[in-house]
Write a protein that binds this ligand. Structure first.
Ligand code: NI
Length: 168
């Protein structure tokens, strides 16, 4: 099932997600639907539960090796700096420069139920930080400098208007 992806302006994107306490059928179904939704989205890399309106601490991502899912992720170590352009399925058409840590260690649960610590560097580390931000209601436009934020929000508004006209 393809889920509707919420976009900037929807208050659910600003909510904090709550820990998942059991990997029941509902959670497994959500993971399947989110994976399917991610795969059907152009320019896809990651999708957090709050982006489909569900306030659970989990996200899916795919860097070309199949979809992975991290549940209750918690960044426990951060190191280095990396400045790079980022987009987001919830802010379609907008790209901003976001500073991130170069390496992160993340403690999480996998859909199998295993508790693991993953070490990520470069793009995977960036994706983990981006998706963990979503779980706390933080978006890329909160992470770039104010000037870029202003430009990005203007651009986004213009694109939204165009989209509105295109579908009207
Ligand atoms: Ni995003």
């Amino acid at each position: 099932m393809i889920l509707e992806i919420k976009t900037l302006g929807d208050p659910v994107l600003r909510e904090s997600c709550r820990d998942v306490d059991s990997l029941d059928g509902e959670v497994k179904g959500l993971i399947d639907h989110m994976s399917e939704t991610l795969m059907s989205s152009p320019g896809r890399i990651g999708l957090a539960a709050s982006q489909v309106g569900v306030l659970k601490r989990l996200f899916v991502y795919d860097l070309g090796h199949g979809t992975r899912c991290l549940i209750n992720p918690e960044i426990i170590e951060r190191e280095g700096e990396d400045l790079s352009e980022e987009g987001c399925l919830s802010v379609p058409g907008v790209y901003v420069t976001v500073p991130r840590f170069e390496r992160v260690k993340v403690r999480c649960t996998l859909p199998s139920g295993h508790r693991v610590i993953l070490e990520n560097e470069g793009l995977p580390a960036r994706v983990v930080q981006h998706e963990c931000d979503h779980l706390d209601g933080v978006l890329i436009v909160d992470r770039c400098d104010p000037e870029e934020r202003r430009r990005a929000l203007e651009e986004y508004q213009e694109l939204s208007l165009q989209r509105g006209q295109a579908t009207a």
